[in-house]
Design a protein around this ligand. Sequence first.
Ligand SMILES: O=C(O)CCC(=O)C(=O)O
Ligand SMILES: [Fe+2]
Length: 440
Amino acid sequence: MGIASIAQLAAPAGLTGQTERLTAGYVSVRKIKPCSTLHFSPYPPAAPLFLLCLGSTAAELSCPPLCFHVHKQGKEKSSPPPPPCSMDQIPLMRCPKANNVDQAAIPCVDLSAPGAAAAVADACRSVGFFRAINHGVPAAITDALEAHAMAFFALPAQDKLDMSGAARPLGYGSKTIGSNGDVGWLEYLLLSVSSNSVKISSLPPSLRAACEGLIAEGLGVDRGLLRGMVVGREEGSDELLRVNHYPPCPLRPPGECGVTGFGEHTDPQIISVLRSNCTAGLQIKLRDGRWVPVSPDPESFFVNVGDSLQVLTNGRLRSVKHRVVAPEAGAHSRLSVIYFGGPAPSQRIAPLPEVMREGEQSLYREFTWGEYKRAAYKTRLADHRLGAFELRAATQPPAASSADPQPHCSSSSCCMQPQQQQVAKDQRRACLSRRRGFCA
Ligand SMILES: O=C(O)CCC(=O)C(=O)O
Ligand SMILES: [Fe+2]
């Protein structure tokens, strides 16, 4: 059974067609064009990939399960879990007004259409974010993952902790994100698909199998091959799968504020691919400083440019700031699954020679992925993490806008703008009816 898979290669403009081979971690891609075939190289990578690629191989659901791993060793992993946080520590965020909702600002790329690779490159250059449709991943795979993840999050807190361990940073976490004081109205599972780690043997097999199915499908490989890639390697790519669950929040914030589900940040990796259920909440920041709510669509994948891709392209592609506002009381939970593609820790991150014009200077001092990740773990979510690696001021992000994070919540007696509530409801209704259409 051949199943088309989700990703296309996102090559920055000017690269498409010129470079026949890019390597990222363990992945080599020949031919930067839609439906490229992935080759998994046994050789150390020469340069990381920019990515998004999907081939068309079958995902055999009967393959032996892939092992998900939790790191239990190493400096950053041995720190104690952050203390539990109370409700009034969760910050508010000022939300965009309902009439600012402009979905046209979010590029939509039909991965089955001719010219998809160029559209991906355009979207990554202009916004750093796009919706991918017609990706070929069967809804049954993402729906199964959603159902199993929901069942996991419905378990008693102690069971979730017992099964996956407290997030340090991998494992199960609730309200605290990282160990530097970031908090949000969510719980999550952070899983690694890498080596040098300890297996989460007690993750419910159905959830593990559903995760495997999605990753294998997303990469366009069968699960046997995927397992061979991630098990027993000394230093493989640093890839994570994150499952976020945002239950409805009983807090009613004032005015145009929402409760922070996941605070503003850019993803540090190369690329992130997100799929959510029908509940709204994700917002991205446009270059002009406006925050735009992203209409939920379980049929689509949403793709973010990460900080590392920004550096690899010497700033031609820019990582996108994004955040999540928690669902209000009475709304449905939001469930999102995000795949983060990062290279091996020793991988050098520097502008790729292929993208540099003659005489062009690097905007960043060179670093390895491991170095950047360690630096990221020491910062707050909203920090400008690339700042410490910049060589030139031209890459400073736009100045903070009035839409930036607001002070902590001190009251439980205020409410969301009715207009904003209406938008979330309309988005969900539209999402559900689209879905009924697709599934009919
Ligand atoms: O949960 C979401 O929708 C997005 C979360 C996110 O940005 C992240 O986990 O990095
Ligand atoms: Fe993110």
